[in-house]
Design a protein. Structure first.
Length: 160
């Protein structure tokens, strides 16, 4: 079983000078129930199907299975997804031994910029760049599957 260990943070500063690669990502969810998601993603000119299990209590670790699929299949599967899609540009930035993925969201999540780092263990040390802000790893509002249901642009209208 593959376990994804990931921490998420809000971006509070300018990271643009450190970017070494950028790519557009469009994704939707065939299933986004608590404890399991089935995601279809188009990243650049490639398609992916991903299945994720429930997060641990801290929101850091969960089972993940990802398989590359033909782009045409991904395009067709996106048509079967639940309402709401994620549209973002992913920027890659190296910091120490790790690569940060900084997602700049568009569409219904315009204005949200998050950074993620994948780790080998939950207690693995990592370098925190100066543009990293508050950690939101355990906050389900920031899960991409939740952002399709409760987009970031609507949060100002609600009290959390």
């Amino acid at each position: 079983m593959a376990t994804e260990i990931e921490r998420k943070f809000i971006v509070k500063g300018d990271f643009s000078k450190e970017v070494y690669s950028s790519q557009r990502i469009v994704q939707g969810y065939i299933c986004s129930q608590p404890g399991r998601t089935v995601r279809v993603r188009i990243r650049g000119d490639k398609g992916y199907l991903t299945i994720k299990g429930p997060s641990d209590d801290k929101g850091l670790s969960r089972y993940e299975f990802e398989q590359e699929i033909p782009l045409t299949d991904a395009e067709q599967l996106l048509k079967l997804c639940e309402p709401g899609t994620i549209d973002k540009i992913r920027h890659l930035i190296r910091a120490g031994r790790h690569t940060w993925e900084v997602d700049v969201f568009h569409g219904a999540n315009e204005g949200l910029i998050m950074a993620e780092i994948e780790l080998a263990s939950e207690d693995e040390p990592f370098e925190i760049p100066e543009w990293i802000g508050e950690e939101v790893s355990g906050d389900r509002r920031y899960y991409n599957s939740m952002l399709t249901k409760e987009p970031y642009t609507g949060w100002a209208k609600k009290q959390y």
